[in-house]
Design a protein around this ligand. Structure first.
Ligand code: GAL
Length: 1000
């Protein structure tokens, strides 16, 4: 870019002198970062785009409007994903690239303590836990990172992220209890050692913000809470984390604002943020700085920091049984929080001065193994913009439009309510449209957010820039309009289409505006004299009057209008895109200039090298490829293949042949099953001499130990995840009428008992409904009659299997993660035997070193490696599915292998489907190559499809599937139909490294 004197002066007025300008040798720079704003005052230059680990020092500050990176404004447009919910590190890059391509400039992640720590003092950041790798990938992708390591995270994970072992310590969690603090410090030390290598401030990575604690509200004004927060703050700083820290207020309480606790004398490095999960039928509240009609609190609670929502609902979770979405599962979540929901709520946020915005979740992923909190099932799809199979959903379209908008229109980072908003706003002609009218105080940009909360589409007129602009806002929807913003060298006078982006490529400015298909839009540009206007494609016409050229266009596909002359040197190509089309327009900043790609389903990377632009990306259907690139670019390479291109009258290069779509992917039918029953623990002669004796008399659990009984809680014996077996031996059952077993699990927990090998029965916790789902802990006492024939003198064994599900979360800071799991009390009628209990589960401290402690529970088959790919099942009988097993209480395993041969360069997203008569009372743990991909509960649901992430799934090679089937014995049992399904496929994808899956 060659800076004109005038441009230089404009930028020199900003805090950081042009450091991020896209300087390049001989090629035009593109995009807002480096443009000459002729004809009007330049806004403050935007922050570096994209951020990278560039080895330079950066400042990260803020004022009340926005973050200031190197003194330049940044609207942070972030999406949440959890690396621990995608156990295949190669695929992190896939999701990150998709996020960046669809307009996000940041990713927010929780780091879950339980995922990394099998035992006190032991921290694992290798393999699927490689945080360092994730942070490198984020920097390589060009995304800022918001890091959220807790120590408490909630997140619908086991114990809210606390490690299982913490439940068996005296630590009183989430306050300034010395034992807890010493463990929390241990965790933060381990995390921060890695994070400190990836700070944007030092140019070593792109970590920009760091959160301590999570929605912490129980001890806001009390010393154990305030001291705790001060401790965490000091600890994180002492570990060398020098980016701004923040906390996410659970709601708009105004808790943990700057100055509300001791930050060691540091000022100006703490942000206030609050979370919001509005229901779809709510009117979006005004909770930002402008606080118009809003509750007290929100961003107004912290007038000196930018409006910041660390979590804003991008979907919602669904409990076991599917009560939240009436059994529709996550499709229901995506439907109730759809694209129009995003427009209504996220645009209202922007209109309220929220410039740090994170959508929870953007990719939800999978709570595999024993990771899910008791309430939720395996899928954490969340109804998010990218589904659990990593596929973009229609919800990505508004995100794509807003993300590119906030990046390209720096005016949005500094908005004040326009004068007239105090008297009710700029009225649209119809009161059913709520109008937020905002201006940038440094420029003459006007921004209008129009929201229709009614159930009917409303058409009206909005007074804008001296005209009466016709506007239509569909029912329960919203749109953003702009006037006076720069579109390259020209200025937008007004438009009733929503701006999405502009950039400069090949000596011409290209601007994109969007709207619903079929809408008629009018777009006016300031023009001192009449320009030449050519409609290159689509249904459009233009007129000129009063220093403005007006283009009227009907939206459908890509309408192209070229505006040349009129006193401005660079031609402007106006692209008017309907929603669907807009999501196939891919702008990209490179160090050598801007590129705009149109056509394929995804653009992952773009690199300018000499006269070539090298692109990588995905197609589904055959797709056209069109590229706007800097002067001199002649060659276009797509996924390593050079293409024949020809120049177009739009100033682009177009591929002469369409890009190929994805070839068909064939999946094998699963067969060749082998079956083996287990639960030998239920037999009286089973050798349990190596099991631990339940001899403890006290516990740190919050559950009381009944008088005179030993502690039976699994956690006290080091069994923190999955099933646990108990065997109680006693010497005389004469007269014994019944046995009552008290136990405690999460929802969906169950207990099954045998006396001397005779099944006594199964008891199950109820399926939660909408009201009870938040009740974490589920306790019950069940009484089984003792059959006459075993009421005899001599030795007896009572065997009990408890599926204890997971630990409660601790959102209220009541140590609820320490509620017992497993058996809690045992009493008899008719006899009072002295019972000697032994128990066995999966010892977390000796967990699978690769798959981790949350992978494997304590079933006999799990303890014996039946879930592992190397297990020799050759002696097991061959069976066919579907099965209709006779009623048998207990565990049976089914194993098979299958080969996949997905072509190279094809990203196939594959799932496993289980279906059966919903009356059958059984559940299945699914092990793929030894990895626990989740739990299917046939008679509860709603989940039937389990995503199998590539990497764990070998898409070119052999796989082993093992199903551990636990049957109540009250009905016939399956498995019924078990099959592979293709969730989606693309030509493209990222290279996937096979995730190590030890065979034994
Ligand atoms: C928030 C919490 C998150 C997650 C979310 C619901 O309140 O901070 O961790 O639990 O709710 O999905």
């Amino acid at each position: 870019m060659v800076l004109s004197r005038r441009t230089f002066t404009a930028f020199a007025g900003t805090a950081a002198l042009g450091l991020s300008l896209n300087a390049s040798a001989g090629m035009d720079s593109g995009g807002p970062g480096g443009s000459a704003y002729a004809g009007h005052t330049a806004p403050t230059g935007p922050a570096p785009d994209p951020p990278t680990a560039d080895g330079r020092h950066h400042t990260v500050g803020f004022d009340r409007y926005s973050l200031l990176v190197d003194g330049r404004r940044l609207v942070l447009w972030s999406g949440e994903m959890h690396p621990f919910r995608l156990p295949s590190p190669s695929l992190w890059r896939d999701v990150l690239q998709k996020m960046r391509a669809h307009g996000y400039n940041a990713v927010s992640i929780y780091v879950a303590w339980n995922y990394h720590s099998p035992a006190p003092g032991r921290y694992d950041f290798t393999g699927v836990r490689d945080l360092d790798l994730f942070l490198r990938q984020a920097a390589e992708t060009g995304l800022y990172v918001i890091l959220r390591p807790g120590p408490y995270i909630n997140a619908e994970v086991d114990a809210g992220g606390f490690p299982g072992w913490l439940t068996a310590t005296k630590a009183r969690a989430r306050i300034s209890d010395p034992t807890y603090l010493s463990y929390a410090d241990e965790w933060l030390t381990a995390v921060n050692r890695i994070v400190a290598r990836h700070l944007y401030t030092r140019g070593d990575g792109t970590v920009l913000l760091y959160q301590i604690e999570n929605e912490y509200y129980a001890y806001v004004t009390k010393p154990p809470g305030r001291d705790y927060m001060a401790h965490l703050y000091a600890k994180v700083r002492a570990d060398g984390i020098d980016v701004p820290l923040f906390h996410n207020d659970q709601s708009r309480h105004g808790y943990w604002t700057p100055g509300s606790f001791d930050t060691g004398g540091e000022r100006g490095r703490w942000l206030y943020g609050f979370d919001g999960y509005p229901a779809p039928d709510e009117v979006p509240p005004d909770w930002g700085h402008f606080g118009i009609g809003g509750k007290k609190g929100g961003a107004t609670a912290s007038p000196g920091t930018p409006g910041f929502v660390p979590e804003f609902g991008g979907g919602w979770f669904d409990p076991w049984g599917g009560a939240e979405f009436d059994g529709a599962g996550y499709a229901g979540s995506a439907r109730t929080r759809d694209a129009a929901y995003e427009r209504r709520f996220y645009l209202t946020n922007l209109a309220n001065g929220i410039t740090v915005h994170n959508v929870y979740m953007t990719f939800g992923g999978t709570s595999w193994g024993w990771l899910p909190a008791p309430q939720v099932y395996t899928s954490y799809d969340y109804g998010a913009a990218f589904d659990e199979g990593r596929l973009a959903t229609p919800k990505v379209v508004p995100m794509h439009q807003f993300g590119h908008l906030v990046r390209c229109v720096p005016e949005l980072a500094k908005l004040d309510p326009a004068e007239d908003i105090t008297v009710g706003g700029v009225a649209a002609g119809d009161g059913r449209i709520k109008v937020y009218h905002l201006t940038n105080p440094d420029t003459d940009a006007h921004i209008y957010v129009l929201r229709n909360d009614s159930t009917k589409s409303v058409s009206s007129a909005l007074p804008v820039a001296g005209t009466s602009l016709p506007v239509t806002v569909p029912a329960s929807d919203a749109r953003l309009l702009a006037a006076g913003i720069a579109l390259g060298q020209r200025k937008l006078a007004y438009s009733n289409a929503q701006p999405m982006l502009w950039l400069t490529a090949g000596g011409r400015d290209v601007a994109v505006l969007t709207g619903r298909a079929g809408e008629t839009t009018v777009t006016a540009l300031e023009c001192a004299s009449e320009p030449t206007v050519t409609v290159l494609a689509g249904d459009a016409e233009s007129s000129y009057a009063d220093g403005r050229v007006r283009v009227t266009a009907r939206l459908g596909g890509l309408t192209r209008v070229l505006v040349e002359g009129g006193g401005i040197s660079a031609p402007l190509l106006l692209l008017l895109a309907d929603d669907e089309t807009s999501a196939r327009l891919w702008p990209r900043e490179t160090p050598s200039g801007s590129v705009l790609v149109y056509g394929p389903a995804l653009l992952r990377t773009a690199e300018l090298r000499g006269d070539a632009v090298r692109l990588t990306g995905d197609t589904v259907e055959a797709a056209e490829l069109e590229v706007w690139a800097p002067h001199g670019v002649r060659e276009v390479v797509w996924n390593q293949g050079a293409l024949q291109m020809s120049a177009t009258d739009s100033g682009s290069l177009r591929a002469e042949q369409p890009l190929a779509g994805v070839p068909a992917v064939a999946l094998p039918v699963l067969g060749g099953w082998r079956r083996q029953v287990e639960n030998p623990e239920s037999a009286p002669g089973f050798d349990d001499s190596k099991w631990l004796v339940a001899d403890r008399t006290s516990t740190f659990s919050t559950t009381a130990v009944p008088d005179g009984q030993p502690v039976l809680f699994a956690d006290d014996y080091g069994f923190h995840y999955g099933d646990v077996w108990y065997r109680g031996s006693f010497t005389d059952a004469t007269g014994m009428e019944s046995v009552s077993l008290g136990y405690s699990t999460g929802t969906q927990g169950l207990l099954m008992a045998w006396l001397d090998g005779e099944p006594l029965g199964t008891h199950r916790m109820p399926v939660p409904d909408k009201e009870t789902v938040r009740k974490g802990s589920w306790t019950a006492t069940t009484t089984f009659g003792v059959p006459e024939r075993v009421r005899t003198p001599g030795g007896h064994v009572l065997s009990v299997l408890v599926r204890r599900m997971q630990h409660d979360m601790d959102g209220k800071t009541q140590d609820t993660h320490k509620v017992a799991r497993g058996l809690t009390a045992v009493t008899f009628t008719g006899a009072s035997p002295a019972v000697r209990w032994r128990l066995q589960g999966a010892a977390a401290a000796a967990a699978d070193p690769v798959r981790g402690p949350l992978n494997t529970g304590g079933l006999y088959g799990e303890r014996s490696g039946w879930h592992l790919p190397g297990y020799g099942d050759g002696g097991w009988p061959v069976v066919e599915l579907p099965r209709a097993e006779r009623r048998r209480q207990g565990v049976a395993w089914y194993r098979t292998g299958f080969r996949l041969d997905v072509g190279p360069g094809v990203d196939a997203s594959i799932g496993l489907v289980l279906e059966d008569d919903p009356v059958r009372a059984y559940r299945v743990q699914i092990f793929l190559n030894g990895w626990n991909m989740g739990q299917y509960v046939n008679d509860v649901g709603p989940q039937h499809t389990f995503v199998l992430p590539n990497g764990i799934l070998r898409t070119r090679g052999a796989n082993t599937l093992a199903l551990a089937v636990l049957s109540d014995g009250t009905t016939e049992s399956g498995p019924g139909e078990v099959r592979l399904t293709l969730l989606g496929s693309t030509a493209g994808g990222v290279p996937v490294t096979v995730v190590p899956s030890p065979g034994r």
